[in-house]
Design a protein. Structure first.
Length: 303
């Protein structure tokens, strides 16, 4: 039986993480997929890459492969260690003269691919197409009402519907819109990663929104009713007397819509703003307040 270095096929170290293995496979599968590749040996390379990935993506399969050792050259004849069949196979020694490495895993029941024929994994078997992932940049207003995006993929144009309430970083799955399958296998999926464009007024926290609301010192001290913009229009918000800068007031249901029903909340963060210039009358009033008020904001410094 000939040895195959699956790590070398994917171009990763033996210590590579699951994510590193996955990223390497996606890069190579995109390069060699017969539907898009211009390489002369694309089909063979794609099958080789797929075989390596099918082995290393699964913890049990990878452990079985790693236990074969790493002191072989690609193409070198070798036999599994004496106890390999007891640990990973059927418990009986196999005739290894006419099978390759992928056949070994298949016969030991590790791959479990129904209907696979002898002669090597993936040569005539249906193989699922590659999953694709791409960003979809939308505005906050589009997230609130839902929108559509025209996407070009492998020379085709498709329309992706983004439902209302999509949040930043959310992944939307479009079944069957990824890479084409091989040998009659199903197409992969397309994942859209939602990227919300920065908004001049609102910050997002999932389905909740936050807005900074400037208020005057007398509004904070005495209380007031102020208008606050929301995604549905302006609303009146009551500022309690004695409010502090940085204090957050909740406007229930004024955030982004949630799947099914309901919506997140809008949090108004109060910011007390002092006038930059004062009229003579305003100066006199502030002077009067300073001389008559017993309020000391720094009492904690005296303890």
């Amino acid at each position: 039986m000939k040895y195959k270095d699956y790590y070398k096929v994917l171009g990763v170290e033996r210590s590579a993480s699951e994510d590193e293995v996955k990223k390497a496979y996606r890069k190579l599968a995109r390069k060699y997929h017969p539907d898009v590749s211009k390489e002369a040996n694309a089909k063979e390379k794609f099958q080789e890459v797929s075989e390596a990935y099918e082995t290393l993506r699964d913890k049990e399969k990878r452990a079985a492969y790693d236990s074969l050792g790493s002191n072989y050259r690609p193409g070198q004849d070798f036999r599994p260690p004496p106890d390999w069949f007891d640990r990973f196979g059927s418990g009986r020694q196999e005739d290894l003269r006419d099978i390759d490495l992928s056949d070994l895993f298949e016969q030991m029941g590790i791959f479990g691919r129904a209907g696979a024929r002898r002669g090597g994994f993936g040569r005539n078997m249906p193989m699922r197409g590659e999953d694709y992932e791409m960003p979809a940049r939308i505005t906050l207003e589009e997230a609130a009402r839902g929108t559509q995006r025209q996407i070009q993929l492998d020379g085709n144009v498709l329309t992706a519907r983004i439902p209302k309430g999509a949040t930043d970083g959310q992944r939307l799955r479009l079944r069957g819109k990824g890479g084409a399958g091989m040998n009659g296998g199903p197409a992969g999926d397309l994942y859209l990663q939602i990227v919300l464009e920065p908004h001049p007024l609102f910050r997002t926290r999932g389905h909740d929104l936050e807005i900074e609301v400037p208020i005057a010192p007398w509004e904070a001290a005495l209380g007031a009713e102020v208008e606050v913009p929301t995604l549905d229009g302006r609303v009146t918000m009551k500022v309690p007397a004695g409010s502090k800068s940085g204090q957050k007031l909740r406007l229930g249901g004024k955030g982004l819509p949630k799947p099914g029903a309901g919506a997140g909340d809008l949090y108004a963060a109060l910011d007390i703003v002092v006038p930059g210039t004062l009229t003579e009358q305003e100066k006199r009033l502030y002077e009067e307040l300073r001389t008559t008020s017993k309020f000391d904001p720094r009492t904690r410094f005296k303890s």
